[in-house]
Design a binder for this molecule. Structure first.
Ligand code: ASP
Length: 343
């Protein structure tokens, strides 16, 4: 028998329609009847920990990430794996955040949800939930977890959470991992890809890093962006970190004022990381003349990281290391749990 804890936070999977407004809102989810026969035949026991109130994931904030991570940490030795039921809208942010908060993770934490509520015709809820539970319970012959990472399972793919982006509001394949292959695919059988899975050092105990700093921003460049807009973002009160969304391989307009604004901010201690607006591929500063100014201004490379992973990593590192800017800068350019590839 394997034991899995289901942490229910909200999302479409547990929503019902408000008769007056026609809008979906989280209600509650009675899982026992829906999945008991399947779990019994798979020799899995699942228990549910429900958050109150249940929320739409558009309302999720760093305090909620801490609650999710704390729930895993508190129940870590009682279960073989964890499934977090969560809305799809910000699932990639939460999954990324938990991958940085649960350091040295040695058990599966699988995020899932659905595009249609449980019980609705053609709903993807039950299949997503059951396969996620199976993955959370899966072990090898030595009894070691097959995927001891924070992941997202959706439709028929298991992805490393900190590599995902929500890509579809209509189809059941809501997520993609553009820069890293799927860790498993589910058909008649679940095919795992052990060579792609990240394994923490088993000698190190699970550590909960639950401090975050939200003094961060995303600045997306566009043709015609003005100095006033750039300046007002970079000079926001208390700002400590910026995800600079650039073009292509990490390029930006070569106008002098942009260089001056960035350089001045970096000199004042702001951490600015270059993230390409493209989903696939990596930042390569210096490849074009239009990125040389960024390098000179002290902007760091985000390589092939997602915006979701970069932003949450920044929040966690700023929370943990405080004023130690040099350590934060080094770690931002170091893969901590498979979130980026340097080459
Ligand atoms: N708005 C919903 C949420 O993120 C969408 C979903 O669950 O798919 O909570």
């Amino acid at each position: 028998m394997s034991k899995v804890l289901i942490i229910l936070t909200g999302g479409t999977i547990c929503m019902v329609r408000n008769e007056e407004t026609g809008a979906l809102h989280p209600a509650s989810l009675t899982l026992a009847d829906a999945i008991t026969p399947e779990l019994r035949s798979a020799h899995i026991v699942a228990e549910v920990l429900s958050f109150s109130p249940l929320i739409d994931s558009s309302d999720v904030n760093p305090d909620n990430w801490v609650r999710m991570a704390q729930a895993v940490y508190d129940h870590y030795s009682d279960y073989d794996g964890f499934v977090i039921l969560h809305g799809t809208d910000t699932m990639s942010y939460s999954g990324s955040a938990l991958s940085f908060m649960l350091r040295n993770l040695g058990k599966p934490v699988v995020f899932t949800g659905s595009q249609l509520p449980m019980g609705m015709m053609r709903s993807d809820a039950k299949e997503n939930l059951l396969t996620s539970i199976e993955i959370a319970a899966a072990k090898d012959e030595e009894g070691e977890a097959l995927v001891p990472e924070v992941t997202i399972y959706f439709e028929d793919r298991l992805f490393r959470a900190n590599r995902t982006t929500k890509r579809n509001a209509e189809h059941f394949s809501a997520f993609n991992s553009y820069n890293y292959p799927a860790l498993a695919k589910a058909g008649v059988h679940i095919t795992y890809q052990p060579h792609l899975i990240h394994y923490s050092d088993p000698a190190k105990p699970l550590q909960l890093c639950d401090k975050t700093d939200t003094h961060v921003a995303i600045l997306k460049l566009f043709p015609g962006i003005t100095r006033e807009v750039v300046h007002s973002v970079l000079s926001a009160d208390g700002l400590r970190g910026v995800v600079l969304e650039t073009y292509g391989a990490g390029n930006a307009p070569s106008v002098k004022w942009l260089y001056e604004e960035l350089q001045e901010s970096v000199q004042k201690g702001l951490i600015i990381v270059n993230k390409t607006q493209c989903n696939t591929g990596s930042v390569e500063m210096g490849m074009y003349e239009t990125s040389i100014n960024l390098l000179k201004a002290g902007v760091l490379s985000g390589y092939d990281i997602t915006t979701e992973a970069l932003l949450t990593k920044m929040m966690c590192l700023l929370g943990e290391y405080g004023e130690d800017t040099e350590t934060i800068k080094t770690l931002l350019q170091t893969p901590l749990c498979g979130e980026l590839t340097l080459e």
